[in-house]
Design a protein around this ligand. Sequence first.
Ligand code: GUN
Length: 282
Amino acid sequence: MTKIISGTDLAKKLRAEIKEEATILQQRGITPTLAVVLVGDNKASKSYVNSKHKACLENNINSVKIELDENISTASLLNEIEKLNNDDNVHGILVQLPLPKHIDAEQILNAVSPQKDVDGFHPINVGKLVIGEAKLIPCTPLGILEMIKSTGDEIDGKLALVIGRSNIVGKPISTLLLQNNATVITAHSKTKNLDSLLEQADIIVSCVGSAHFLTGEEKVKETVTIIDVGNNYKDGKLVGDVNLENFIGKVKYISPVPGGVGPLTITMLMRNTLVATYDLIK
Ligand code: GUN
């Protein structure tokens, strides 16, 4: 029988714990605070930022939105980041991506204080993740790991196939699975024999960004766990990388889209804000 891993239910449980921790900090006179920087009018980015802002406020984490003009220069944006780096009342900083083309995104992400980098995108935090010493780890990979762990199945010794190698998801989830003692294969557009890798995998994480990339016709293990990180639109509808319906009855665990990884990503952002807060106040 196939079990659906509900990201919505898992997020609810984890958010209750986060809210309790945030409330305890508030009672100690510390208000965990996230600053979200949004540049320009990108509709999808605005919607993501609003969801993050609302989730924080619902869970006793203060959220400050800094909305800046589309035409801001890299120098002025760097100045805004510096102000947030130096503000003791701000514990986490997130610069919503993508940034307008004229801005040097790499320079901006490198300017965020590594201690406040709740996205885990700063090269120092990326390096720490690779050597197993990171405190701030990218939110989507953290959410994926929570989903896999929620099944109760061991990760140790399992063959994990990650399809996709982005800096935001594919690479960090591959690293996290390796640290959890999986044998990890990171597949990408140049990978040969993906079908044979799919057949052998105990855990499949698809972060390709292509609607229904896994059709359900592929051969997979009956015991496999599939996590769908896709966030694609098909005929105006949000769909994942995986055609879930065609895998029902063929796999052990599978995550849906929507209601899968998405709610966990925002939950992990709040957890990272608490992690940054503890680190800064100690
Ligand atoms: N845009 C899409 N996903 C993300 C994310 O995880 N962090 C940031 N900062 N921007 C994004």
